[in-house]
Structure formats: structure tokens, C-alpha cells
Design a protein around this ligand. Sequence first.
Ligand SMILES: [Zn+2]
Ligand SMILES: [Zn+2]
Length: 268
Amino acid sequence: MHITSDIHLHSNLSSCAKPESTPAALLKACRDQGIRTVGFADHLWDKAMPGASKWYQPQDVEHVLSIKQALVSEECQELSRGLKVLVGCETEFLGGKQVGISREAASLFDFILIPPDHFHMKNYVFPADMTDPEGIKTIMIRRFMEVMALGLATAVVHPFHAMGFTPEMPTLVQSLISDNEYRECFTAAKQARCAIELNSCVARRHDAGTGEDNFSPEYIRMMTIARECGCTFSIGSDAHSPELIIGGVHKRLERFADACGITDILQL
Ligand SMILES: [Zn+2]
Ligand SMILES: [Zn+2]
């Protein structure tokens, strides 16, 4: 499969991105890698919604949309020639109906990414005292289904990736999720017309992996089931600097998609 889109790029408007992650630098890196649809998705919490953390407070709608000013510069216009450039956002989800964007604000963006499991944000997204893999799994599945019920997400990003624990935790939690549990989740995603993101985390080398690429067998199982459920996939390097893109992450994602038989990529 040939990847020509990436709709999960963090410019330096995101507080966690590197200073060199300018819109121009990301555009150039994507362009050089043959990416034709480039989607910016900075972290966002809309002021109209209650519950912004201190970290999210400055990263509001106005802030994230200010990228449009950079994108009309001569340099960016030149780099954008022949590309489709989109402005989306990665908002936040705290469970239940607590999401970081209002429907009004959502209409201002080309696409909305929702992360169901930013569990590294302790005592905000996730209780700090919960470290038991079964407990994490239960909350993870519930949050995924709740995101689908919102009907707001263009794509659910880095699904079933337990952030903020030990390096082994994501695989451990995934190994506890049965094929049927995945099927229920991905069928809901298909019905909600929410794409499943192939995030760069799926393409990382894994100790238990096989073949030249050493992809995680758990990620192959997860995404193969999502494909069997008829899901559409979005591509997200989740780059916070141009480095990851220049390093060839999209080529690895292509090989991962091939390993899962994935061909259906979201077209925006
Ligand atoms: Zn994220
Ligand atoms: Zn992100």
C-alpha cells in the first residue's frame, strides 16, 4: 500500500512539540516523503467546554486555528503547491460525555481527532492509582465505546495504546483484549463512521515481533480485526518534529498496513 496522507501532525503550537516543528518544516518533510494530504492536528481544549487542565488552557480554538496565519505565508504557500493542506485538531477525552470540543467549534476544523487513552494525564484523564492491567483494559474499552457514542471523531487516535505506564504495559493490556472485544469496538467504529488511526506507535520495532520489521504481533492482531470489521483507517505519524517524518515513518506504516491487509485509507 502506498501512503500519501498524514493527518496527525503537531506544529509548535502544541506545547509538547519541538520548536523546529514549524508548519513550513512539516510541510517540507511530508512533501519530500511523497505525502500529498497534510493534516495539522494540534492539541486542543475549547474554552466553551468545562474542564480544561492547566496544560490545555492556552491551547484553545483560537490558538490552534492561528496556524492558518502561518499557512498563508509565501514559504508555506510555495511548499503547499500541489498538496491538500488541512487544519484539524487533536482534542481530549475524559470519559462519559466529557470531550474538549463543542459541536460549534468542531465545525471550524477539517477533521477532529479524539484520543481515547491519554492515560499519562494522571488524575485528569485517568486515576493515578490505577495500574492493574485488567482495570486499565476495562476503562480502555469503555472509553473507546464512549468516543464512538459522541459521534464527533473523524478518527480515533492511537487506540488501545496504554500511555503513561511501563513500556510493557501497552502490549500487556492488548493481550488481555479478546478478538470478540475488539470486534465489538471496531464494529461500533464502522457504524459511527469513525476511522481507526494507524499511528506511528503501531510501526515501532517490537521485541516479540517477527520478520524484518519486527512489528508487534498484538498490533497486527488488533488492526487485522479492525480491517475485517470493515473499518477505514487514517494515517497519523503523530510527529512532534520533522525528524520522525524524515526518518521514514510512512514507509514503515506502509509495510505495517500490508502486514494487516489494509488498503482502505480515509480520504479527506
Ligand atoms: Zn495523542
Ligand atoms: Zn498527537
